[in-house]
Ligand binder design. Structure first.
Ligand SMILES: *[C@@H]1O[C@H](CO)[C@@H](O)[C@H](O)[C@H]1NC(C)=O
Ligand SMILES: *[C@@H]1O[C@H](CO)[C@@H](O)[C@H](O)[C@H]1NC(C)=O
Ligand SMILES: *[C@@H]1O[C@H](CO)[C@@H](O)[C@H](O)[C@H]1NC(C)=O
Ligand SMILES: *[C@@H]1O[C@H](CO)[C@@H](O)[C@H](O)[C@H]1NC(C)=O
Ligand SMILES: *[C@@H]1O[C@H](CO)[C@@H](O)[C@H](O)[C@H]1NC(C)=O
Ligand SMILES: *[C@@H]1O[C@H](CO)[C@@H](O)[C@H](O)[C@H]1NC(C)=O
Ligand SMILES: *[C@@H]1O[C@H](CO)[C@@H](O)[C@H](O)[C@H]1NC(C)=O
Ligand SMILES: *[C@@H]1O[C@H](CO)[C@@H](O)[C@H](O)[C@H]1NC(C)=O
Length: 757
């Protein structure tokens, strides 16, 4: 669809409100549909009319963020605004100085995309009254045309799949601006070098993506490096690199730590690629150059603080004019955050994943089966279906062989999958695919020093072989999940005779690309993908939450406490559904009977409560869920209770948490899932643990701001038949008393007092 939005606006500063009225993290912001408008902006908000000059161009805006591009004297970013609520600083600019939109290094020469530059070498801040723009004279690709369309999905996905939010949008809703650029590739020839830069801005959130394509250089030219995002930011949004002043928080005179405690840059950026591309903040002070008259040493912006965001990679690929689309870069994803406060910062970052990898909110309750003999498999599937488990994975050590071509074996798996499918249970299996895989020599990665590695090269024939086998196995058996352990981990391969890369230089780019395509193709077929590493934006579902393997061999109560502590911390990094934990029903690495959860109903209940309560799947691993005896029947009852709880509150439990109190085995601990945009009355679920052997009278203060509540809340403690109507204090908290018996677990359901859907 081609959408041409040509609304000419004179964005006059006197009529626009200087702050946002709704906090995007807790409510739907009015008029926040992303759009591209043609507009002119005054250099300065002050009303000193004489000094006024206007810059005209394109405004990519959703009223929460606006990225402004000049069209004249050349194309380039001239401002990037964050429109926060008054409480978080109102309308503010992140922009410090002009940078090109991208840099391409081709055969040793730098080309800049978008030819905008600034006349002044003063770059410590943007001189709004008198900032002067100019056109770069050489080695730059000029604006040719632009198009406006809707964002496209990088792979197929249906919101609501496997219990994920039905309200998620796929592709994400927003607007895409595509800008074409071109230049003569070299002075001496008429060969054109072309690039298209893609910007996507999403509705209702300060979140953007950017990537580019490069085309039509002569054959044999190499794209050595590409900086996809270069942005000179003001500190607070960018990292602090001060030349003279001190970084906020620094204290070096006799303090316990004289380490500089640099605050987090508020413009959070990451790439969608697991390896071979990165966003970093660097000090761009050297780019400045103003000499003060009469002072030889007074060059640069003395006293300035000049962070540059540089999202870059070194693909080392030959550009090939046979390929219509040419080179496609990684994507940069950014969220502009208005506060360094940890929960707010974390919830903002989580939104980026919820928006751009919403399939990672699928969260099947799954079981790692170690006994997949005909009898063992059917027994455990029957148990799973009795208590509501949703997915079985034929575990490592079970003999599962994804790459088998043995028809007897494949038919056996197909019949097992059919047995499970008929009981509403999906089946998948485990395979080690690249790292330490040990494949035949012609597919093995070659280290930089010429020795053979232990890994497969994913830009060799191995990738084709594996892909062919995996899809055949899926066709033959109807498995619908895979645990692909050891995916491509970022290593080079120096081979010069592999089918999908030329040598060492393009080996990281080509292996990342193949690995990403491998996952995207599986995601297109609807597979659920356990994958260590960050392949979420390529279709991956879940990774290890962030534990140490050995903790699951500790005595089970130590394991539970330590794992709850780690999980609490890991929920700052991941959404609950992005990570898995582990429950060794039978011994995993070591630890003997003291580590196992089989036949231990109390420990089993804590495991279920802390993992299902966190919305985090655990690998419950063993030959069965429960044994056929009295303790086994207790475990079954506990499974029924907690799986039912999970399913009743799933839409809230898959949402991120606000952290209440970190587990310390000294007192209570807990977390609160927050779901401000819930389509039902339920907007929060808290889990409270008393791991001590004392009775605790907890005055539980629940911070309910991020549940989207303002005035009152309905709180249901445990299975209390009538919820309490509680007035919120002015810090948006509600306090409730919890009488917590030794070793007890409590739940609080938070609901809106009035609700109409
Ligand atoms: C900031 O938000 C307010 C309230 O929605 C809106 O009126 C104003 O135009 C916004 N400013 C910008 C620059 O987007
Ligand atoms: C604006 O910049 C120009 C060129 O750098 C300079 O000549 C002029 O004095 C400046 N004006 C003001 C008001 O700073
Ligand atoms: C940048 O400036 C710093 C501080 O003056 C200096 O130490 C460094 O060598 C400079 N780097 C470059 C690449 O010029
Ligand atoms: C961005 O980072 C890359 C890799 O470190 C570097 O080669 C490149 O010069 C940087 N770009 C700019 C504009 O500083
Ligand atoms: C094929 O698989 C079946 C079932 O797992 C097994 O019994 C048989 O030994 C396998 N055949 C070969 C040649 O590996
Ligand atoms: C294949 O598995 C899916 C679950 O992933 C199930 O819905 C479907 O019915 C199965 N198809 C067949 C032919 O059994
Ligand atoms: C591929 O290259 C390796 C060295 O990296 C060499 O040992 C091997 O013989 C080559 N194979 C073929 C088929 O050319
Ligand atoms: C659990 O109980 C069953 C049946 O009583 C028994 O076979 C099994 O060995 C027990 N498991 C452990 C780890 O004690």
């Amino acid at each position: 669809m081609l959408l041409l939005v040509v609304v000419v606006l004179s964005a006059s500063s006197s009529t626009a409100s200087h702050h946002q009225t709704t906090d995007w993290l807790v409510g739907a912001v009015p008029d926040s549909r992303a759009r591209v408008v043609e507009a002119c902006w005054d250099d300065d908000d002050d009303d000193d009319d004489d000094a006024k000059s206007s810059i005209c161009g394109l405004d990519l805006t959703n009223s929460i963020v606006s990225r402004r591009f000049a069209l004249s004297p050349a194309f380039g970013t001239v401002d990037w605004l964050l429109n926060a609520t008054a409480q978080h600083g109102g309308l503010q600019s992140m922009f410090r100085a002009v940078q090109p939109e991208a840099r391409l290094r081709i055969d040793g020469v730098d080309f800049f995309v978008g030819c905008l530059d600034q006349t002044s070498g003063f770059r410590a801040y943007w001189k709004r009254r008198n900032g002067t723009l100019e056109k770069r004279k050489k080695n730059c690709l000029s604006y040719v045309r632009h198009r406006v369309r809707k964002p496209r999905a990088p792979f197929r996905w249906v919101p609501g799949t496997r219990g994920s939010p039905k309200t998620a949008k796929w592709p994400p809703e927003g607007i895409a601006l595509e800008v074409d650029f071109a230049a003569a590739a070299a002075a001496a020839d008429d060969e054109l070098l072309e690039a298209t830069v893609f910007y996507e801005l999403y509705d209702g959130a300060p979140i953007m993506s950017k990537w580019l394509e490069v085309r039509r250089a002569a054959k044999g030219t190499t794209l050595e490096a590409v900086d996809v995002e270069l942005f000179d930011a003001m500190p607070r949004f960018g990292a602090y690199f001060p030349h003279g002043s001190f970084v906020p928080g620094v204290d070096s005179n006799g303090a316990s730590s004289d380490v500089v405690t640099m605050p987090q840059p508020l413009l959070f950026a990451k790439t969608d690629q697991a390896h071979g591309a990165a966003c970093t903040w660097t000090d761009n002070w050297n780019a400045s150059n103003i000499v003060v008259e009469g002072c030889e040493s007074c060059d640069h912006d003395r006293g300035g603080n000049e962070p540059l965001l540089n999202c870059t990679s070194s693909p080392g690929v030959e550009l090939d004019d046979d390929d219509e689309r040419g080179f496609e870069s990684f994507r940069v994803m950014v969220v502009a955050i208005d506060s360094p406060e940890l929960e707010r910062f974390t919830l903002s970052r989580h939104r980026l994943v919820q928006l751009l990898a919403p399939h990672a909110m699928e969260n099947p309750v799954f079981f790692h089966a170690t006994d997949v003999s005909v009898g063992g498999f059917e027994r455990v599937v029957d148990q799973m279906s009795e208590v509501g488990f949703e997915m079985l994975i034929e575990s490592f050590g079970s003999g599962f062989n994804l790459e088998s071509t043995n028809a007897t074996y494949v038919n056996l798996v197909a019949s097992q999958v059919a047995y499970a499918n008929a009981r509403g249970i999906e089946v998948g299996g485990y395979d080690l695919i690249v790292v330490t895989r040990g494949v035949s020599p012609e597919w093995t990665a070659v280290n930089a020093d010429g020795t053979l590695s232990n890994d497969a090269c994913f830009a060799s024939g191995w990738a084709d072989h594996l892909e062919e086998r995996v899809h055949a196995f899926i066709d033959e058996t109807n498995i619908s999940m895979l645990e692909t352990d050891g995916p491509y981990g970022g290593e080079v391969c120096a081979s010069t005779n592999h089918s999908h890369h030329k040598g060492l230089k393009d080996s990281v780019y080509q292996q990342s690309r193949r690995q990403s395509q491998f996952f995207r193709k599986l995601r297109d077929r609807g597979l659920y993908l356990n994958q260590p590493d960050e392949y979420f934006f390529q279709g991956g579902s879940r990774t290890g939450m962030g534990y140490d393997e050995q903790q699951y061999s500790l005595p089970r109560w130590e394991d539970l406490t330590l794992s709850r502590m780690g999980l609490y911390d890991d929920l700052y990094k991941h959404l609950p559904t992005q990570g898995w934990m582990f429950v060794p029903i039978i011994v995993y690495h070591a630890g003997s009977d003291a580590a196992a959860f089989d036949n231990r109903s109390l420990a089993f209940e804590w495991a279920l409560a802390q993992y299902l309560g966190a919305g985090t799947a655990a690998c419950y691993r063993g030959p069965h869920l429960w044994a056929d005896d009295l303790e086994g029947r207790r475990i079954k009852a506990i499974l029924l209770k907690w799986v039912a709880f999970y399913k009743a509150h799933r839409q809230t439990l898959v949402q991120p948490v606000v952290h209440l109190r970190r587990p310390d085995a000294f007192s209570w601990d807990g977390f609160l899932h927050v779901h401000p945009l819930s389509p039902t009355a339920e907007v929060g679920v808290a889990l409270i643990f008393n791991p001590t052997t004392r009775r605790l009278n907890i005055q539980l203060r629940l911070p309910l701001y991020y549940c989207g509540l303002d005035d009152e809340a309905l709180l249901t403690l445990d299975d209390d038949p009538t919820p309490a109507r509680v007035k919120l204090a002015r810090d948006y908290s509600a306090t409730l008393l919890v009488d917590a018996a030794p070793l007890s677990i409590h739940t609080v359901i938070v609901a809106r007092p009035t609700f109409s859907s």
